[in-house]
Design a protein around this ligand. Structure first.
Ligand SMILES: NC(=O)c1ccc[n+]([C@@H]2O[C@H](COP(=O)([O-])OP(=O)(O)OC[C@H]3O[C@@H](n4cnc5c(N)ncnc54)[C@H](O)[C@@H]3O)[C@@H](O)[C@H]2O)c1
Length: 409
């Protein structure tokens, strides 16, 4: 756990009582996991946001024993109707999520709406006594990131954030890094590159903005919150840290249609403690580099690749001192003979064993067995603040520090 994590957890726990009052503690009923601890007890689920991801998650839920999707909500009726059909024409339907939350027999709620609504809907759902699976990115502002941590702690309810970092691959990379397999990690490069505009809906103009919400700041934080947030969550978990500052650049340089606001390319450098830098880029004009992360250490490089982990070893000799050559100097015209050719062939390839981890199954296990979700609200808070940090640095065109972000909330 990083320093800020440790400190913030303490502070949040301290502030919980006040937050409980702010939430209307009387509205928070007894934790409902008491009712669903028995594996044979049915867990009733309400889904807020029945778009693309909502349907993906519902397909997964329908495969879990004793889980029933009882309630569906979406502001856009065609999505609501399609999801209801797919649910075997079962479930109560709403256009207003507050009506869904009024249903006393719902145990858990999945919040699968655009980022702008995640925290407000989650806080309302906690007040209604529901456990929550909330999609990433967690918070739209720093203040929201802090509010939701307090609200979760004071509720005693389960809260899971749907980042994609929970994989056997990431667990193995964390282990390799911790054991010093590649020496001291000094740089991490992440790329989230696609050839894609994010425009998905061109129907009724009345719905254009709401359904192409990723194009507008009103609803999300663009590539940082929607894409890069997955990678920074994973790498923070691997190195057990978070940045102290960021600088970056970003713009709408290629896709000017539809008065697009969110950038189509971002390049950010995060500075971490102890000299570590994380270089994160995302663009929508070239997919060659795809979705990738590379961990660069003094002795080698780790690269997750499909269901493998590739390790590349540094073959070049280290600088002169490490060879025991003291006081060495280079004569004029003498070459250091250091090859700058990239190490392209992995020295070692490790197969990632085991089944894919399933966050949806895990979420229901948390409810039944009273365990802490693997991706909890605090991890979501850190990741959210980091994405917002990058966006602020880009907007201001200067280095922005973590402490400056904390002052916002
Ligand atoms: N974890 C992942 O890998 C992953 C993948 C994709 C999307 N997501 C996340 O899931 C969420 C939804 O993304 P999506 O691709 O399904 O988007 P989407 O546009 O397909 O679906 C969002 C739905 O929410 C509805 N909606 C909007 N505002 C609402 C409101 N106030 N109340 C109720 N419904 C509302 C929209 O009408 C739409 O049907 C986003 O937060 C996104 O970041 C996560």
């Amino acid at each position: 756990m990083s320093i800020e994590n440790k400190i913030s957890r303490r502070n949040f726990l301290k502030g919980s009582a006040a937050a409980g009052a702010a939430l209307g503690a009387s509205k928070i009923g007894a934790p409902i996991y008491a009712r669903v601890r028995n594996p044979n007890d049915v867990i009733n689920v309400g889904v807020i946001g029945t778009g693309s991801r909502g349907n993906y998650l519902m397909d997964r839920m329908r495969k879990v024993d004793n889980v029933v999707i009882t309630d569906l909500c979406d502001i856009y009726s065609p999505h609501l109707e399609q999801a209801w059909e797919r649910n075997g024409k079962k479930g109560r339907k709403y256009n207003d999520y507050r009506k869904l939350l009024e249903q006393k027999d719902i145990d858990a709620v999945f919040v699968v709406t655009p980022l702008r609504f995640h925290v407000s809907q989650s806080i309302d759902a906690l007040s209604a006594g529901k456990h929550i699976f909330c999609e990433k990115s967690l918070a739209y502002t720093v203040k929201e990131a802090n509010d939701i941590v307090r609200a979760v702690h004071s509720s005693g309810l389960k809260f899971l954030v749907g980042y994609s970092r929970w994989t056997n691959q990431t667990e193995m990379i964390k282990d390799l890094v911790k054991k010093g397999a590649i020496g001291k990690v000094h740089h991490i490069f992440t790329h989230y590159h696609r050839n894609n505009t994010w425009v998905r809906f061109t129907g009724d103009p009345k719905w254009f903005r709401r359904l192409n919400w990723r194009l507008y700041w009103e609803y999300c934080g663009g590539q940082m919150t929607e894409l890069v947030s997955h990678q920074i969550t994973a790498l923070n978990y691997v190195i057990d840290s978070h940045p102290i500052s960021a600088i970056g650049t970003g713009a709408v340089d290629f896709y000017h249609e539809y008065n697009r606001e969110t950038w189509d390319n971002v390049d950010v450098i995060f500075e971490y403690p102890d000299g570590l830098k994380v270089n994160s880029t995302s663009n929508f004009m070239n997919a060659k580099m795809g979705n990738s992360i590379e961990y660069l250490g003094t002795n080698g490089t780790i690269e997750p690749y499909r269901n493998k982990i590739r390790l590349y070893w540094e073959t070049q000799t280290k600088h002169l001192q490490s060879l025991g050559i003291k006081g060495a100097y280079i004569k004029l015209g003498q070459s250091l003979k250091v090859s700058e050719e990239a190490v392209k062939v992995p020295g070692t390839e490790i197969e990632v064993p085991g089944e894919r981890k399933n966050l949806v199954v895990h979420f229901f296990d948390c409810l039944r067995n009273d365990i802490e979700p693997v991706i909890n609200v605090e991890e979501g808070r850190i990741s959210s603040i980091q994405a917002l940090l990058a966006n602020k640095a880009i907007r201001l065109g200067r280095k922005v520090t973590w402490d400056e972000m904390l002052a916002e909330g």
